[in-house]
Design a protein around this ligand. Structure first.
Ligand code: IYR
Length: 226
């Protein structure tokens, strides 16, 4: 029995140190794998087993969160009627966005991405996962109380979800229909849950295309003080 074993509410950290060479080779190979991730809007309708989606959600749920409140619900939809309703509502909002609401300086940076109000990915992909962020939690006495850093927490969870999907050999897209209040209604979520991201998941279609983008180099995105 080492120190720390007897403090109620705490357990010993499980940590297995890796040899230096192994650390570097894992770091390199993870980077090489993640470098190949791309956001494509083109999905095949090929089926994906539910178990893979469950595993991506379980991975997302390992994210750290403010006060460990885990302020998220992942709603996974494969039902074709429900996906059609979501697509229809998303396209109605997005049409207004692209035709009227979009500020010029926003249009300028979207132009190279080639996006528009048509959202085929919502019905093409076999799964659509919507992340709902909880702005409140219920206390044991039934009162509602705030959550903390829920945006950051759900952002981290989304990153893990995207990485898990990429790692299992599937593709996903971070779609943000704006505004997305309709998702709460269609997916029957309570008022304190706010749709944050809609992620279609599936295989890319044969003709899938991506914009020819360049990622920032290390020295453009970092600064080291040693
Ligand atoms: N919500 C729109 C517009 C859009 C906004 C951003 I920021 C993007 O990176 C891409 C698209 C849409 O999903 O098309």
């Amino acid at each position: 029995m080492g120190e720390g074993d007897d403090e109620p509410g705490f357990i010993r950290l499980e940590f297995h140190e890796l040899p230096q060479g192994e650390m570097l080779s894992r770091a390199r190979s993870f980077y090489e794998k993640m470098k190949k991730r791309r956001t494509s809007r083109h999905f095949s309708n090929r089926q994906v087993p539910r178990e893979l989606i469950e595993l991506a959600i379980r991975t997302a749920g390992t994210a750290p969160s403010g006060a460990h409140l885990q302020p998220w619900t992942f709603v996974a939809v494969s039902d074709p009627d429900l996906k059609s309703r979501i697509r229809h509502a998303a396209e109605a909002e997005e049409k207004k966005f692209y035709e009227d609401r979009i500020p010029e300086e926003w249009a300028e940076v979207l132009e190279p991405l080639g996006t528009d109000h048509i959202k085929e990915h919502i019905t093409d992909a076999p799964w659509v996962v919507v992340i709902f962020r909880h702005s409140k939690r219920s206390r044991s006495n039934g009162e509602m109380a705030p959550t903390y850093y829920s945006q950051e927490s759900c952002g981290i969870a989304a990153g893990l979800f995207i990485s898990a999907v990429h790692n299992m050999g599937l593709s996903t897209l971070t779609h943000t229909p704006s505004p997305m209040g309709f998702l709460r209604e269609i997916l029957n979520r309570p008022d304190h849950e706010h749709a944050m991201l809609l992620l279609p998941v599936g295989f890319p279609s044969e003709e899938a295309r991506v914009p020819d983008l360049v990622r920032k180099d290390l020295d453009e995105m970092s600064k080291f003080y040693e």
